[in-house]
Write a protein that binds this ligand. Structure first.
Ligand SMILES: *Cc1c(COP(=O)(O)O)cnc(C)c1O
Length: 402
């Protein structure tokens, strides 16, 4: 079958919830992807910040194959060794004390919100607590996660959502303070906003939030589903600011392609929050995903991925800054490490589509940002190759620059 036939069949069978790029991906190798026509692409999206090691990492694949032959699933009614190992490794890198594994990022948010509500309930002896979230945030598509996602376009058709959510402006401490009340049980935010347009938190903002939380026994929930797991040059982005959350969420690169997420918390929170009967999942944290998480963290530590990201991230920044200088329609670069955005005055959908023709996989964030979230193992030569391809696209938009 050719590409068009696959795509026609897909649109007849799959619910049309995505306007997909016009390619059918078949396999990957290193930081390159191949479609069903055999065309090769340099991957600067990594399956939306998931494939930290790119594709075909032998040690990771072998660990998964070995686990498949032993056992994939047991349910959470029993213990299993891979998830015990994964949990210990995760707590070590996250500096949290207890972790719950989920099947996705959105479910990690659901769990984090429930943990915060239960903490306040245990303390106060009643419910009715509120959560403060940020405008332009993204926390997922399930109803609870959608309720704390600060994007009216995503929310409106599904209202009424979970009540008791207040929205404030990111990096604006005063706007958060204006929403705090005695009912507030948690403040939730991405340490670096992803889907909303790649906005890193300012140090002043995070430190200020930590102070508000400490003063009022409010829990700080940092959503590191996209910015965590080495992407910013730190295992978790909050380390750069020294602002530790009470509850942390992870997913995306946590399993590097296996569906798994996590919410983790400090001992203080764990002791007063979810107890037997309060929360559960059939699949979450099964031996198969446990083997993946365990291997991912082992590899990230052994290969010192955060240090590599700091180095290569600086190189990418320099390249992207050069593009801001050269092209009038590219007005700004924002980001940390290998989570970068270029603000474009020309439609980003057109740019990402043209990039595909050049053999470059890129995605957008928000309505006007090109997002760069490549595998964390890219080297300088891949950054150069990306920039060459991207410049060929940019030259069709602003020929005078070249
Ligand atoms: C992707 C993402 C989510 C949702 O994760 P899913 O696995 O798609 O449910 C939540 N928060 C952030 C910051 C994300 O980037």
């Amino acid at each position: 079958m050719n590409k068009q036939m696959y795509m026609d069949e897909a649109e007849k069978a799959l619910l049309h919830t995505y306007n997909r790029f016009q390619i059918v991906l078949e396999k990957g190798e290193g930081v390159y992807l191949y479609d069903t026509d055999g065309k090769k692409y340099l991957d600067f999206a990594a399956g939306i910040a998931v494939q930290a090691f790119g594709y075909g990492k032998k040690e990771y694949n072998d660990a998964l194959k070995e686990q498949i032959d032993k056992i994939c699933h047991t349910s959470n009614l029993y213990y299993n060794v891979p998830i015990i190992n994964a949990a210990e490794r995760f707590l070590k890198i996250s500096h949290m004390d207890r972790v719950f594994f989920t099947n996705s990022g959105a479910e990690a948010i659901e769990g984090a919100v429930k943990a915060a509500k239960k903490y306040a309930y245990t303390r106060d002896g009643h419910g009715g607590h509120e959560i403060i979230s940020m405008n332009h945030s993204f926390h997922g598509r399930t109803l609870g996660a959608l309720s704390v996602t600060g994007n009216p376009r995503y929310q409106e058709p599904f209202e009424p959502l979970m009540p008791g959510v207040k929205f404030a402006d990111y990096n604006d401490l005063e706007s958060v303070k204006a929403q705090v009340s005695e009912k507030t049980c948690a403040i939730i935010l991405e340490t670096v906003q992803g889907e909303g347009g790649v906005f890193p938190a300012t140090e002043e903002f995070l430190i200020g939030l930590r102070e508000i939380c400490d003063r009022n026994d409010i829990l700080l929930i940092l959503d590191e589903i996209q910015c965590g797991m080495g992407r910013t040059g730190y295992m978790f982005a909050w380390e750069k600011y020294g602002v530790k959350p009470d509850i942390l969420t992870s997913a995306k690169a946590l399993g590097c392609g296996v569906p798994v997420g996590a919410f983790a918390m400090t001992k203080k929170v764990a002791e007063k929050s979810l107890k037997p009967g309060d929360h559960g999942t059939t699949y979450g944290g099964n031996p198969f995903v446990g083997a993946a998480v365990n291997k991912v963290i082992e590899l990230m530590e052994r290969e010192n991925i955060p240090a590599h990201v700091q180095k290569i991230g600086a190189y990418l920044e320099k390249k992207l800054d050069g593009l801001v200088q050269k092209y009038d329609f590219i007005t700004e670069r924002r980001g940390v490490g290998l989570m970068q955005g270029l603000v474009s005055e020309k439609p980003v959908g057109e740019i990402t589509a043209k990039a595909l023709e050049e053999g470059l996989i890129l995605i957008s964030a928000g309505s006007n940002v090109l997002r760069f979230v490549p595998p964390l193992v890219i080297e300088e030569q891949h950054v150069d190759e990306m920039a060459e391809k991207l410049e060929r696209v940019f030259a069709t938009i602003q020929p005078s620059a070249s």
